[in-house]
Design a protein. Sequence first.
Length: 607
Amino acid sequence: MRRFVPVLPFAVLVAFGCGGSSSPSLNGTDTPPPPDSTQGTDDSTADDVPLRDNVADDSPADVTTVDVWLPDAPATDLVPGDVPGELLPDVPVVPLPYPLCQPCRTDLECETADVKAPCLEEGPDGSTCGFPCATDSECPDGFQCVRDDVHGRQCRPLGGAACPCRPGFVTAGFVTTCWRENDLGRCTGERRCDQECPVSAPSTEVCDGIDNNCEGSIDEGLGTITCGLGACLNTVQSCVDGRPVECVPRASKPEACDGIDNNCDGTTDEGLGTLSCGLGICAVTVDACIGGRPQPCWPGPAGAEACNGLDDNCDGQTDEGFGNTACGTGECARTVQNCQGGHLTTCVPGEPTAEVCNRLDDDCNGRTDDATITCGTGACQRTVAACADGVEAACVPGSPSAETCNGQDDNCDGQTDEGFVLGGPCDGADADGCATGTVGCLPNGTAGCIEPGTGLVETCNGRDDDCDGQTDETGCACPIAAFGGHLYLFCDPTANWTVARDTCAGWGYHLVTITDAAENKFVIDKANTLARDSWWIGLNDQAKEGTYVWADGTAAGYTVWVTGAPNNGGFGGKEQDCVEMMSTLFSGYGWNDGECSNQRHFVCELQ
């Protein structure tokens, strides 16, 4: 059986499609037929319907409501043959204030003279008209008053359900904009509420005359196709009028010198050959075509002919004009070209051979048959011409004599100065006793000592210059004495410690180093014979106060200080870094530290 919900009229009834709306007029086509008088249970008329909730000032006022399909009765429940707007069996209807849930595309399609409803998007399947409200009670059953951030509070189906599809919306032809989208974009179309969205999701653009990706262009971005090489190169759009295009290369031509691949083989200006001109180093070969331009051939510049295997002057000849050179004498004479094989040549005479009696200059000395014959030994040796006017001659040795010391083999036995002992060291008749001479032959034919010069002179240098077994016995400015295998110089002239040290070093000596009591007594006793005074020795602490070392840097192992020394007690606070030997008897052969600038006698030692 059919079930109906009575229509609730408002104070003022407004006909469907009233003025001010751009939407198609419903013209009452969605109003359900009145209840069958034999089936209806409510005989009230529209005028008898009270205001909602018995409130006289319900808002919005004077809005006509009509019976509509409930949200759970979608348009798909229509069966073939149903008349649009006719209620399906057993489907309850509720009144909806117009234009609530009408499919729309813009706000203008939802505006009436009495209500300024917005067009609200419901998702990819499109948009429907809202209906302003303040509370849920102002919305029909199955709807609630929901806040919209743009349009304020609007009546919307409970739970976010879709608006019901009224047959009247279908009959009146109301449509909404729907879409399908993905990562490629969005495709849009229009649908009635009883239809699926008639568009597919965007897809990759293909050559089919359709805007597959729905971005507003057809067959865009499919690029071009290029075929052929060089002048045959051709580029066409890969898709024209929705159909794939085949690329056909342009026709080829014979290759020409124009920078273009005329024969379309991938190479430009090939096979056009070369041009050659000039001789020798002037010869030039160029490509007949370079950079798309025919080339002239110009010979290179000529130069002076050089011996290098090249035709430098470009006359067609190589290494000409260098002449010949002759060298050598007799049978060694040669003549050569000055330039051969690109290299300067040197004339090399032939190798001489032994001169023979043949009227030729065999040994290449400029003389013919000048060969000699030698015979005999030592003083008996003779040399004669081997050839006289082409006839060979004989050689007769000389007669031997008694051997003498003269560097010759006088007795012709093959030995020289035999019987004499030569070459040993000897001391000649000079002023020294040094064996600096050599035994050799004297002018009178005997052996003797040969020692040039007057002999060596003794100097003060720590050596036995005159080879008499004594060292520095003469030539030294200071008296010399020996002790324990060492020599000592006792220098009476005074000097400061540094000058004394350097003076000893200049003679090959050093300021004395005393290592034991015996040596100390010897040095002091000898010094007392010359001057009972203070004498510098090599001990000092100049490098580090209190650390005494000898002049050669060795540490002091033996010392004999006088009472109270060392005390570094110089006058006026001066340092006492040098050691003097007190040679007076009361000093007890002791040492004292003194100022290095003091003038003292000094003792040098030679080890």
